[in-house]
Structures are given as structure tokens and as C-alpha cells.
Write a protein that binds this ligand. Structure first.
Ligand SMILES: [Zn+2]
Length: 293
């Protein structure tokens, strides 16, 4: 009897041990599964990052940083999350009411002002006078393009896309400051003067050759509250020509424009030219027949 009890106790002990062993095994298996899950998740993230880290994307990031720096140096140091930044709902001062009507602007009666070519081989015309208007965030543009820009932004917002003007008109001095700041940054990073110049001029136009000094170009970003950059760039790419704007520096024309791909830089050229440039997939230099130095 004692023998039987002790045997059954022994058996009970063994089965407890087995159950404990099973539980440990189960925990180990669960732990392994969790580890495998985490590894798969991490690989997924890395792959996703790789697929978007192409040259263009790196360019976007770099340029956006530059624009942000530039807004600081330009005294417009509002943060990215400031909803007021770049929203120019309010009518600029001294803006004639008749110009507000998008359909009645002076399209057609042009004297070619909107087709002025400015690039590294064609500097700004001497003695050019620009009448500018100030937007609600302090950025400025040529008065003549304001109604088109406003209409484009209104329509974008109606479709749930929220662009902002990050940078518009710049005086020669402002362009010089941006250029010099950029040079200094690169030299501080250890680049020689020559290397810093090459790198700077990939992103910043030499003063006197920037379309921003014309007042007809705007760098457009997302407000980062309702929209992200890629959404805004995609919308602009498909719609800007309807308002007379072109994506001025497309990725496949860098050898002609002399400027890296800039999906945020839009230039007003008028409806006719913008439609033609958009439909033919050409750049402004090609449209004007002024390719080359
Ligand atoms: Zn620009």
C-alpha cells in the first residue's frame, strides 16, 4: 500500500515535472515566435526605407532642410507646424479687386514678361523692376501672378491638399545671403572652397541667376499638418499647368536646366506655355529654343 502510494506520488511528481517542462517549452516557443515577428517587422521597415531612399528622395530631404534654414535666415522663423505659414488667404495690401477674378486677368495681352528666361547662362535682365505683393506669411511674389497662385491654392485645398509658399521673391541681397550661408555651411563641414562652391551651386543659384529674383517662381511645400510633401508635389505636377505654372526643374531635364530635380519649385509662364510644356514633357529652355550656354 505504502509502496503503491509512493509509486503514485512518484508518478505525480514526474507528470508535474513533465507539465512544467511543457510549459517552459511553450514559453520558449512563444518567445521564439515573438522574436521572429519582430525580425520580420524590422526587415519590412528597412526594405520600405530602402525603396524610398533613391536619389530624388534624398534630394527632397536635403532641399527641404535648406528651405527651412533659408526661412530662418530670411527672418521668417516660424516652425513647420505653424498653420499660418504660407497660407495666403488674406488679400495682399493694395491689391486691385479686378485682379482677383481669375478669369479676367491679363492673359493674352502679355508682352512676354512671363517667359523671361533666367538660368545660370541667362542672368536676370539689367534694371528689371518687379512690382511685388506680400503674402500673409511674409513671402512675396510678382503682383501679376498672385491671382493664379491664389486660385491654384484654393483649388488644391478644395481637394484636401494643403500647400504653402515656402519661398517666393528674393532680392539680390537675399539671394546672396542664402548663397553665402550655404557656402559657409559646406566649408564648416570640411569641404574646400572649390568643393563647397560646386555643392552649393547644385542647390542655390548664383545671385543674379535665380528665378526667385524674378518674382515669378515659388517654392511650394506641404503645410505638414493636413498634407505631406509628396502629396503636394504630386498634385502640383498634375494640376499646376492649369494655372499657368510649370514644374521648372524636372528630374529628366537637369542637364538642360542646370538645376537638380526640384519638385517644389514652380514658375509662372502663363497658361499657353504651361499647357504646351506640360503636354510635351519639355522644359522652359526647350520651349523657348534656348538650350545650351
Ligand atoms: Zn526655388
Amino acid at each position: 500500500m505504502h509502496k503503491n502510494i509512493s509509486r503514485s506520488n512518484k508518478r505525480g511528481g514526474q507528470s508535474r515535472k513533465r507539465r512544467r517542462k511543457n510549459r517552459i517549452q511553450l514559453c520558449l516557443n512563444l518567445f521564439m515566435l515573438v522574436c521572429i515577428g519582430v525580425i520580420i517587422f524590422c526587415i519590412g521597415i528597412l526594405k520600405n526605407r530602402e525603396s524610398t531612399t533613391d536619389g530624388d528622395f534624398r534630394s527632397y530631404v536635403r532641399k527641404i532642410e535648406y528651405i527651412a534654414d533659408e526661412s530662418k535666415s530670411g527672418g521668417n522663423a516660424q516652425g513647420e507646424s505653424d498653420g499660418a505659414l504660407g497660407h495666403f488667404d488674406s488679400k495682399p495690401d493694395n491689391f486691385d479687386d479686378e485682379q482677383e477674378n481669375f478669369d479676367e486677368t491679363s492673359e493674352g495681352s502679355d508682352n512676354g514678361w512671363q517667359l523671361t528666361l533666367v538660368n545660370k547662362w541667362n542672368p536676370l535682365p539689367e534694371g528689371m523692376e518687379t512690382e511685388i505683393v506680400e503674402l500673409s506669411n511674409g513671402e512675396r511674389v510678382d503682383r501679376r501672378i498672385y491671382p493664379y497662385l491664389q486660385k491654384m491654392f484654393d483649388d488644391a485645398r478644395a481637394e484636401g491638399i494643403y500647400p504653402i509658399v515656402r519661398s517666393g521673391y528674393r532680392t539680390r541681397q537675399e539671394q546672396e545671403e542664402i548663397y553665402d550661408d550655404r557656402m559657409r555651411d559646406y566649408q564648416a563641414d570640411g569641404l574646400s572652397e572649390e568643393e563647397a562652391k560646386t555643392e552649393t551651386e547644385l542647390w542655390v543659384a548664383v545671385p543674379g541667376t535665380s528665378e526667385h529674383e524674378l518674382g515669378l517662381a515659388v517654392d511650394i511645400n506641404a503645410d505638414r499638418i493636413h498634407s505631406e510633401g509628396a502629396e503636394v508635389y504630386a498634385w502640383l505636377k498634375d494640376h499646376a499647368h492649369l494655372y499657368g505654372f510649370i514644374n521648372r526643374y524636372p528630374s529628366d531635364k537637369t542637364d538642360i536646366t542646370g538645376v537638380a530635380n526640384e519638385p517644389w519649385h514652380y514658375r509662372y509662364v502663363g497658361n499657353e506655355a504651361a499647357s504646351e510644356i506640360y503636354k510635351s514633357g519639355i522644359c522652359l529652355e526647350e520651349y523657348l529654343g534656348k538650350v545650351g550656354r
